[in-house]
Design a protein around this ligand. Sequence first.
Ligand code: GDP
Ligand code: MG
Length: 594
Amino acid sequence: TDPALIRNFCIIAHIDHGKSTLADRMLQITGVVDDRSMRAQYLDRMDIERERGITIKSQAVRLPWDGHVLNMIDTPGHVDFTYEVSRSLQACEGAILLVDAAQGIEAQTLANLYLAMNADLHIIPVLNKIDLPAAQPEKFAEELAGLIGCDPSDVLKVSGKTGVGVRELLDHVVQTVPPPVGVADAAARALIFDSVYDTYRGVVTYVRVFDGHLGKRERILMMSTNATHETLEIGVISPEPKVADQGLGVGEVGYLITGVKDVRQSRVGDTVTSAAKSATDMLAGYEHPKPMVFSGLYPIDGDEYPELREALDKLQLNDAALVYEPETSAALGFGFRVGFLGLLHMEIVRERLEREFGLSLISTAPNVVYRVVMEDGKELTVTNPSEFPTGGKIAQVFEPVTKSTILAPSEFIGAIMEICQGRRGQLLGMDYLSEDRVEIRYTLPLGEIIFDFFDQLKSRTRGYASLDYEPAGEQEAELVKVDILLQGEAVDAFSAIVHKDKAYGYGVDMAKKLRELIPRQQFEVPIQAAIGARVIARENIRAIRKDVLAKCYGGDISRKRKLLEKQKEGKKRMKMVGRVEVPQEAFVAALSTD
Ligand code: GDP
Ligand code: MG
């Protein structure tokens, strides 16, 4: 395809403002999906996306329109997946910034707009959902125009649901988004913006070609690893994979299959070139995202450890933000310490591992990364509470902080400030976006906002507040490690690093929870919460004499055997902590967040 006829754009917006629905209408109006095959949020292909009604992965689709080729990328909206969005932006020249005409600008509207501006994209401001009775297109067109610095009349108005205005929007994309520029006869350079492991076809690599041409049956070179492969299949997504034997030229977006099974051969952010005529310079890749939250992941059945490792390798291919390394826990056995971008990311990863790879997992309480400076000047990076030094030699502890932006109607300013203050926030500033809408900026410890902060914010503002945050360095804080002891023995999986003001609460809650969850044993089991040697909470599980066989009156042998077997079964699902038998379910329940 002549690059002059190509337009590459993405749809960006706050979560639920209608990106995926607008993408649906575009699929339909351009004729790539017929009415019969249409289903809502067509591009949300993973079960978990469909069930939760959210987009997790960006999806690129080729659409024919008015003699042109449009490559449209639908993106996720949640703050945890900003990294996914910023990658998609690099494959585009334009972005549709979509705003719900009944809600107005929200936190991720701003965050995504800034990302698109940094990527030098042409921005098309669009109000969506104008079919809603509660829509206020005039008011929010003004708000949006004020933000972007255009005239309110330049803001397009559409309904992704009814399709009103979508044709005009597609025409507008053709007229205003610049075509890709690249050198057609230069050595090929294509950016890998995503890849996925397919059981039947091996690694499928998604690319955007910047210069030159990639063909079928061509030897290609992955520039960062110097590995060469042959392209067995090359094609475009529209909206299902379609083989394109003529290959991909300047500005085109598509996929490659090389038959490679080793997932490490195809790295997101790498540049693909031709082995025969190699490019000398790589394209600017992606900055590697820094994991913000860590948690231990363990197979419930210890024998599944190798499967867990393999599943993580494969998932990482499709989720470049995922990092992990092996760790062992006295209580839980062999597992991994896994880094995530946030709690939603953590939930999704765990769910994908369980669903796509058939594993049953336990995850330990998530924590952020701390930097501990010892009195002798030594420094430690702590991603796991068990690495937190005990004893009195700690000089300083630093925790990560964020710059958080909250958007809400101005009547909630008081409530928002109260929540932020309660979480050690420091007010940075406040701006009115319009008469009754305010943007409040705070420095907040990351450890304070990743847990129920957003839920609290939502409930105190009747659902009207939205939140975005980005890392903003670290600050010194008074943090301590709380250990939970069973019969005097610390259970590593239950340790947590918390602010000293919250240590007591954590200890009391955990001890109470465990008293409920751990069955009585043959002997008394004290549960204690402690900071170092200082006990801050205590509970007791009373002893019981349980002799199941006593019930059998010695008569029925087969019944006796059955009972013994049942008891053995039960034992298998027990973990021993010292002499104490802790059922697997107790770990799962105690570590669950609610
Ligand atoms: P995304 O998170 O930005 O991808 O948003 P979705 O496309 O998943 O849409 C979120 C919700 O808004 C869904 O319930 C849609 O049915 C609804 N929605 C999307 N576009 C429109 C629209 O134009 N009009 C109305 N009334 N509802 C819409
Ligand atoms: Mg979506």
